[in-house]
Design a protein around this ligand. Structure first.
Ligand code: TPP
Length: 267
């Protein structure tokens, strides 16, 4: 409990929600790396997953506006380049409303970590369709079914230019925790898409009423990225590709900004 505010537990997350697992992995990643929480700023948007760091974690948190945590995080990182800046929010927040911030932060290769908790819907407001809702799933705003293709968010961020990109599910707790550590260590934009259960707002519409139903589904559908090379798009349609997508060195934004300031105005 070194990193958690014990006095406010248990959490307010619904039964079966994956947010507690993400919080657990996050706290363990910080512990394993021996990071000083005073040097971490967790930035969130609005939503259930935006409650993962605040109020539970003993570190500075910025609870910002819906869809805008990356814009706030950019400001924090530029002004406090020595701090670890971590954004945690939902698919509706980061991929939907704030999708453009995501693409351009990855393109700039800003040195922050982004943990996108993908529960397939806008959870906090009751389960509206989001950019990652699977095709065919009914939601409160697509009562017959969703007829749109879901966004492949990890692949999109990789294409946009991030230094580190991975996808895991809350079934893969150890790889997820290790991946969070890699994200912390990486200089540049690090992005982890975390598939996470929401039996209350998403699952109830498709007969998955328990958190365990999601863990079974994650276990059954997940396929490691190393194994997908020879599979067609059709064969991968119903699978969840997990693992590390990208791990590369690219010029980082705040460093370039500092160098430019040094060259042009001497500070
Ligand atoms: C600009 C704006 N639009 C809409 C809302 C209403 N709103 C609050 S939380 C939320 C859903 C968040 O969904 P997501 O980001 O996927 O996170 P989750 O709750 O699923 O973790 C919405 C639409 C808002 N607060 N601000």
């Amino acid at each position: 409990m070194k990193y958690l505010r014990e006095e406010i537990f248990p959490t307010k997350f619904c039964s079966g929600c994956g947010c507690g697992t993400v919080l657990n992995c996050y706290a363990h990643a910080i512990d394993e790396l021996g990071l000083n929480p005073e040097n971490i700023v967790s930035v969130t948007g609005i939503g259930c997953s935006s409650w993962i760091p605040s109020p539970y974690l003993k570190c500075d948190t910025l609870h910002t506006t819906h869809g805008r945590p990356l814009a706030f995080a950019t400001g924090v990182k530029i002004m406090k380049p020595d701090m670890d800046v971590v954004v945690i929010a939902g698919d509706g927040d980061i991929a939907g409303i704030g999708g453009n911030h995501l693409i351009h932060s990855a393109r700039r290769n800003l040195d922050i970590s982004v943990f996108l908790v993908n529960n397939y819907i806008y959870g906090m407001t009751g389960g509206q369709v989001s950019p990652t809702t699977p095709m065919g799933h009914p939601t409160t705003t697509t009562p017959y079914k969703n007829i749109e293709h879901p966004m492949k968010i990890a692949e999109l961020v990789a294409a946009a230019g991030a230094s580190y990109v991975a996808r895991w599910t809350t079934y893969n707790v150890f790889p997820l925790m290790e991946s969070m550590q890699n994200a912390f260590k990486k200089k540049g934009f690090s992005f982890i898409e975390i598939l996470s259960p929401c039996p209350v707002a998403h699952g109830r519409k498709i007969g998955m009423r328990e958190g365990q139903d999601y863990l079974n589904m994650f276990k059954e559908k997940a396929i490691k990225i190393e194994k997908v090379k020879n599979l067609s798009e059709k064969e991968l349609e119903d699978r969840i590709v997990i693992g590390k997508f990208v791990d590369r060195e690219r010029t980082e934004f705040t460093e370039s900004l500092r160098k430019l300031n040094q060259e042009r105005i001497g500070k």
